[in-house]
Ligand binder design. Structure first.
Ligand code: FDA
Length: 500
C-alpha cells in the first residue's frame, strides 16, 4: 500500500520521468506514469522490427507527419524527405518560428531516438552553469549513479578500428592536422552487441541505419534500464498514448490533470480528468513549458515565479558538414557516434563537436558534426492565446555566437586539409544548421522557477524533473546530466518527505 495514501502522477517518461518512477517505486510509492507516445515494447513487429531504419521509414518513424524531416534536408539538391503515413511515430518535432526542436515520443522519451552519447560534463563548466548545485556531491554521488544505472561504457578499440568508424577516423585525422584533439565519447549502446553485428552474428541495428526513428537492438534505452527497474516493482502504472493537456490547482491544494488518449492514427479515444496530490513534471523542456505557459495563460495555476519560461537554450546546437573532396568517409557507417572534436575551454569560443554519421547509405565524402557551443543567449517561452500555442523567441541572431565559435574551429580544420563546407545539406543553403536542436534545455531553472530540489515555486507538490531545470546549455550532450540531476532531486525530495 502507498506509504502516504497520496496520488502521484509523473508526466512524461524520458530521463527525468524514468528516474522519478524508479526511485519513487523503490521507496514504496505507487504512481501513474502518463506518456503521450506509444509503449513500443508492446508494439507488434512489422517485418520483424518494431522501429524503422532511416532508409525505410513508415508511420512509426515520426509523430504525425506525412513525410520524414531530418536536419539534413537535401543532398546535392535532392530532398532526403520521404512520404510516410501519419501516426504516433517515435520522433517528433516541436515547431517554433525559427527553431525546430526534435524530441522522442513513447515510453522512454528521448532515449528512444537519441544517439546514445552519454557524456558527463566538465566539472568546471557544470559549476558555471549550475552554481546553485553542490558539484562535489554531483561528481561523487549522482553522476556515478547515473552512469552506472544507464549502463554507460566507452567505445571499444575494436569497433573504433573497424570500417564502421572510418568516418570517425578521417574526421579525427583532419582535426589533428589543424591542431585539435578528439576525445572518445562514452555511450549507452552495447558495444559487445555492436561487435556481434559487425561479425554478422546478430541482427544489425546501430550498424544498419537504426537511429533517429528508434533502435531495435543494441541501444540500452530507458526501457532497458530505469523504466525496466521501475516497472518491475509493480508500483508504476504506465498510461500511454495519453497527453496531459491541462494542469490546474484545486482549492484543496491537489491538482487536476486533463487527459486525452488517442489511438495510433490520432483519433481521440477518450478525454477525462484525474486528480493527484503530487505531480512530477517530466515532459521535457518543451512539453513542461507548454503545460506551464498554458496553465498560467488560462489562470489554472497562478503565483508562479516570473522565472518560469526563462533561460531556454538549444545547448548551443549546430550541425555542420565538410566536403572532403576525394577522401571517402565510407557508406558503412555506424549510426552511434563515438568521438568528438574537443575544443572546449569553458570560454565563449568553446566547441565540442561530436563526429556524427551521415546515415544516407551512400558514399558522401563528408564529415558531419553536431556541435555543442557555449552560446550565451537565452530564449523565452510564451503563450499565444489566439492560436492557443506555445511560443519561443529564438532566431538566427541568437544562434550567431555559437555559429561564430563553430565556424572558427571548422575554418581551421578546412584550411589545414584543403576542404570546404557543404551548402547542399541544410535548409536555405546554410553551412551551419542553426534552426534546430536535439538538446532543448531550460524554461524552469532549478533554484529560480523552482526551489533547490525542483519544487515549482507557487505550486507546492509540483516537481520539475527534466531538462527544463538546466539553463540553456551544459557543454556536452545532456542526458547524463538530466539523469544525475533527477537522481539528486528525487533523493532530496524523498528525504524531505515531499511525497508523504
Ligand atoms: P524527454 O524529452 O526525454 O521526455 C519527455 C517525455 O514526455 C516524452 O516521452 C514525451 O512524449 C512526453 N510528453 C511530453 N509532453 C507530454 C504531455 N503533455 N503529456 C504526456 N506526455 C508528454 N542527448 C544525449 O545526451 N546524447 C545523445 O546522443 C543525444 N542524441 C539525441 C538525438 C536526437 C535525435 C534527439 C531528439 C535528442 C538527443 N539527445 C541526446 C537529447 C536527449 O534525448 C534529451 O536531452 C533527453 O531525452 C531529455 O530528457 P527529458 O527527461 O528532459 O525529456
Amino acid at each position: 500500500a502507498q506509504p502516504s495514501g497520496r496520488r502521484i502522477a509523473i508526466i512524461g517518461s524520458g530521463y527525468g520521468g524514468a528516474v522519478a518512477a524508479r526511485r519513487l517505486a523503490e521507496a514504496g510509492y505507487s504512481a501513474d506514469l502518463i506518456e503521450m507516445g506509444m509503449d513500443w515494447e508492446r508494439a507488434a513487429p512489422v517485418n520483424g522490427s518494431v522501429f524503422t531504419k532511416m532508409t525505410a521509414p513508415s508511420a512509426r518513424s515520426m509523430w504525425f507527419q506525412d513525410h520524414t524531416e531530418v536536419p539534413f534536408s537535401t543532398i546535392l539538391g535532392i530532398p532526403t524527405s520521404m512520404p510516410i503515413k501519419k501516426g504516433a511515430g517515435a520522433l517528433g518535432i516541436e515547431r517554433f518560428a525559427h527553431m525546430k526542436v526534435y524530441v522522442g515520443h513513447g515510453l522512454g522519451g528521448g532515449s528512444l531516438v537519441n544517439g546514445a552519447m552519454a557524456v558527463t560534463p566538465r566539472r568546471s563548466f557544470f559549476e558555471q552553469v549550475l552554481p546553485q548545485v553542490d558539484a562535489e556531491e554531483m561528481y561523487a554521488t549522482y553522476f556515478p549513479r547515473a552512469n552506472s544505472a544507464l549502463h554507460v561504457a566507452p567505445p571499444t578499440q575494436q569497433m573504433l578500428d573497424s570500417k564502421w568508424y572510418g568516418f570517425t577516423k578521417v574526421a579525427r585525422e583532419q582535426a589533428a592536422r589543424a591542431g585539435f584533439t578528439t576525445t572518445q565519447v562514452p555511450s549507452v549502446y552495447d558495444w559487445s552487441y555492436m561487435a556481434q553485428e559487425a561479425a554478422g552474428e546478430v541482427p544489425k541495428s546501430g550498424l544498419d541505419q537504426e537511429i533517429l526513428y528508434g533502435n531495435n537492438h543494441g541501444k540500452q534505452d530507458l526501457t532497458k534500464t530505469y523504466l525496466k527497474a521501475a516497472l518491475a516493482t509493480g508500483r508504476i502504472t504506465p498510461i500511454v498514448m495519453t497527453e496531459v493537456t491541462d494542469l490546474a490547482r484545486r482549492s484543496d491544494g491537489s491538482y487536476r490533470l486533463s487527459l486525452r488518449t488517442i489511438n495510433f492514427d490520432g483519433d481521440v479515444v477518450s478525454t477525462r480528468t484525474a486528480v493527484y496530490d503530487r505531480v512530477v513534471l517530466a515532459a521535457g523542456s518543451v512539453g513542461t513549458a507548454r503545460l506551464l505557459q498554458r496553465a498560467q495563460a488560462l489562470g489554472t495555476l497562478s503565483g508562479l515565479s516570473p522565472a518560469v519560461g526563462q533561460q531556454w537554450g538549444p545547448n548551443g546546437n549546430l550541425m555542420v558538414a565538410r566536403y572532403l573532396g576525394l577522401t571517402p568517409t565510407g557508406f558503412s557507417q555506424s549510426c552511434m557516434p563515438a568521438m568528438g572534436v574537443n575544443a572546449w575551454d569553458d570560454g565563449p569560443g568553446s566547441v565540442f563537436a561530436e563526429i556524427a554519421p551521415l546515415p544516407l547509405g551512400i558514399e558522401t565524402f563528408t564529415s558531419n558534426y553536431l556541435a555543442v557551443t557555449n552560446n550565451p543567449n537565452f530564449g523565452t517561452f510564451g503563450w499565444d492565446s489566439s492560436s492557443a500555442s506555445l511560443t519561443l523567441d529564438w532566431d538566427s541572431a541568437k544562434a550567431a555566437p555559437g555559429v561564430a565559435a563553430a565556424k572558427a574551429v571548422m575554418d581551421k580544420i578546412n584550411r589545414a586539409n584543403g576542404t570546404c563546407y557543404r551548402h547542399d545539406l541544410f535548409e536555405g543553403g546554410k553551412a551551419f544548421a542553426d534552426y534546430f536542436s536535439y538538446h532543448p534545455l531550460g524554461g524552469a531553472v532549478l533554484g529560480e522557477a523552482t526551489d533547490l530540489s525542483g519544487e515549482l515555486k507557487g505550486a507546492p507538490g509540483v516537481f520539475v524533473m527534466d531538462g527544463s531545470l538546466i539553463p540553456a546549455k551544459i557543454g556536452v550532450n545532456p542526458f547524463v546530466t538530466i539523469t544525475a540531476l533527477a537522481e539528486r532531486n528525487i533523493d532530496r525530495l524523498l528525504a524531505a518527505k515531499r511525497f508523504a
